[in-house]
Ligand binder design. Structure first.
Ligand SMILES: [Zn+2]
Length: 137
């Protein structure tokens, strides 16, 4: 995975989930509204992600993930959803709290930890929200 800040990772996950799991059109405006952030800071972040080759910005401020971006997000979502399951199943946290806590560390945590958690959880295929946990190579 490329070096990402946790905030960059959170943007990427949001773009992926909205585009591919909810089938929404993702724009800088929709992201600003959803994240409760001012439009110029969203645009700054999108420019960073574009320079890293993970997204492209097309007409009418629409945002799309590149193939590399999709690969990176699937790994992030894998980490995210394993952590969510661990927090909810093992630590007894509710789904929203698990999600919030996972979003603080899913881009930073080591692969070895995730693999162990995944094994501990019996290699699950759905997160507490019912979204798929993708196979990553
Ligand atoms: Zn979540």
């Amino acid at each position: 995975m490329p070096n990402l800040t946790q905030t960059e990772a959170n943007y990427l996950k949001r773009i992926y989930v909205n585009s591919f799991e909810k089938n929404w059109r993702v724009t800088s405006v929709s992201l600003a509204e959803e994240l409760g952030v001012k439009a110029p800071s969203v645009v700054d972040m999108l420019k960073k992600l574009e320079r890293k080759g993970l997204i492209i910005r097309i007409r009418w401020s629409e945002v799309r993930l590149t193939d590399e971006g999709i690969k990176v997000v699937r790994k992030l979502l894998y980490n995210h959803r394993i952590l969510e399951l661990y927090f909810s199943k093992v630590l007894g946290m509710d789904a929203d709290e698990s999600c919030r806590e996972a979003s603080k560390i899913d881009a930073l945590i080591g692969d070895e930890v995730i693999i162990r958690l995944c094994d501990l959880l019996g290699r699950p295929d759905r997160c507490p929200h019912g979204f798929p946990i993708y196979e990553v190579s």
